[in-house]
Design a protein around this ligand. Structure first.
Ligand code: UD1
Ligand code: CA
Length: 460
């Protein structure tokens, strides 16, 4: 098939959103609407990136696009037809077809774009447009057909007669055009309509008048092609996308106990036989293993979780953990934590930039920041890594080696290192390194004897 170029219109302000943020940057399923559109259209063209028409909030929109994205500035937004006129000079000469879509259509699937392009290529038409039939067509352009059911023209709602307003077949805004007839038809557009704009939708009737066939492909799933113009529609799109993601995951073998209170971004990956309990939020970049129990009340952000992990009533941000860890209830892993296998982080524990070895237990009310813990370490209740000194901005590190036993309420005045198998007494304030196998107690903690020499087991 001839090469195709893709145009995404995203210059409008989106007045009905009543927002300082450009409409296409509003988020659905954790990603900007324009990002959904880009990912879906990407699959129709294998050579060039789509061209995004920017205008309102252009700098912000450009900044949100992937590197290498092509953009064109439409300084004055005189309508969708005008937007396409603005972009045509940079559409490739060799492009035989031009696919046009709008930045406010985040739910359209890649397959739908591919089906439209295939229909256009097969029909040798001037254009093929995508329509759908809505129970409530309000707000959309109506697709009018002749007695034979062939395309006649599109009439925008503002320009409808009462009879036309009753038509339920609507224009989705997505169409694939033969490039040369499109260029010619754009030159004939005018602004003689209720909104005083250059309507892209008038192009179809011009093509027909010039003797080109205009094909119509009708989408059955009405929600897929909903345009987002208001906060109400944004919320509706969110719930459609959410339902889609939950369906996908259930199809992949994930149990979702209560879809109504489970929020999973569409890019998240969850392994089979994992159970997601109510009130859980899992965002885009998360990868969760098999046989996990997530929630109730789990919030996972940008994190990787192994197999057989339990996370309940806790927040995990930009962190990683191995298999069989237990997090919660009421724990917070802040960014940069890396937990091995079988680590247990219990009630009211906070960690930040902590590396934690296999089988280490942090069960109660503690803060471990900028810390490196070995395997099988036991952290007593109320332990704190004092990583920030008064008057300093630098964070100091705490190292706790394998098998160490930190007594309850130990303050670890970083930088400090607790050697392998060492023990600190309850309430110690550790200001100096404790060598391996020694017991240190007091304020400040002093090493009082060697554990190995006494041949005793560490005790709390
Ligand atoms: C448009 C269609 C309508 C269709 C509906 C589907 C026209 C004239 N109308 O109406 O038939 O049913 O979409 O959702 O095309 N934009 C620009 N530059 C402009 C104007 C708009 O880039 O000068 C962009 C907007 O940012 C937006 C898209 O084009 O992403 C559509 O514009 P919008 O104002 O939302 O059009 P609708 O009134 O929804
Ligand atoms: Ca719209």
């Amino acid at each position: 098939m001839e090469p195709i170029d893709v145009i995404i219109l995203a210059a409008g302000q989106g007045k009905r959103m009543r927002s300082a943020t450009p409409k296409v940057l509003h988020r659905v399923g954790g990603r900007a609407m324009i990002d959904h559109v880009l990912r879906a259209v990407m699959t129709t063209t294998d050579d060039e990136a789509p061209v995004v028409v920017v205008g309102h909030g252009a700098d912000a929109v450009r900044a949100a696009l992937p590197p290498g994205a092509r953009t064109v500035m439409q300084a004055e937004q005189l309508g969708t037809g005008h937007a396409v006129m603005t972009v045509m000079p940079i559409v490739h000469e060799r492009a035989g077809h031009v696919l046009v879509t709008y930045g406010d259509l985040p739910l359209v699937r890649a397959e739908t774009y591919r089906a439209l392009v295939a229909a256009q290529a097969a029909a040798c038409a001037g254009a093929t447009l995508l329509s759908t039939v809505r129970d409530d067509p309000r707000g959309y352009g109506r697709v009018l057909r002749d007695a034979a059911g062939e395309f006649l023209r599109i009439v925008e709602e503002a320009d409808c007669t009462p009879t036309e307003r009753a038509v339920r077949e609507i224009n989705t805004g997505i169409a694939c055009f033969a490039a040369a007839p499109l260029r010619a038809a754009l030159r004939t557009l005018d602004r003689n309509n209720a909104q005083g704009e250059y309507y892209l939708t008038d192009v179809f009737a011009r093509l027909r008048a010039a003797g080109h066939r205009v094909g119509i492909l009708t989408v059955a799933e009405v929600d897929e092609v909903m345009g987002i113009n208001s906060r109400g529609e944004l919320a509706r799109a969110e719930s459609v996308l959410r339902a889609r993601t939950l369906e996908r995951l259930m199809g992949e073998g994930v149990t979702i106990v209560d879809p109504a209170t489970t929020y999973i971004a569409d890019g998240a990956q969850v392994g089979a036989d994992t159970v997601i309990h109510p009130f859980s939020v899992i965002d885009e970049a998360c990868v969760i293993g098999r046989r996990c129990a997530i929630g109730p009340g789990a919030h996972l952000i940008g994190s990787r979780v192994g197999d057989g992990v339990r996370v309940w009533w806790s927040v995990v941000e930009q962190s990683e953990m191995g298999d069989a860890c237990i997090i919660g209830p009421f724990s917070h892993l802040r960014p940069g934590c890396r937990l091995g296998r079988g680590v247990e982080v219990g009630n009211y524990a906070e960690m930040k930039k902590a590396e934690v070895g296999d089988g280490t237990k942090v069960h109660h009310m503690s803060y471990l920041g900028d810390a490196m813990l070995g395997a099988s370490v036991n952290i007593g209740a109320g332990t704190v890594t004092c990583n920030l000194r008064y008057g300093s901005r630098e964070k100091h590190r705490t190292i706790i080696d394998d098998g160490a036993f930190i007594g309850s309420d130990t303050m670890l005045n970083a930088p400090v290192r607790i050697g392998a198998g060492a023990v600190t007494g309850a309430g110690s304030v550790v200001t100096k390194d404790v060598p391996a196998g020694k017991l240190a107690i007091g304020v400040p903690a002093r090493v009082i004897r060697s554990l190995q020499a006494a041949g005793e087991e560490p005790k709390p």
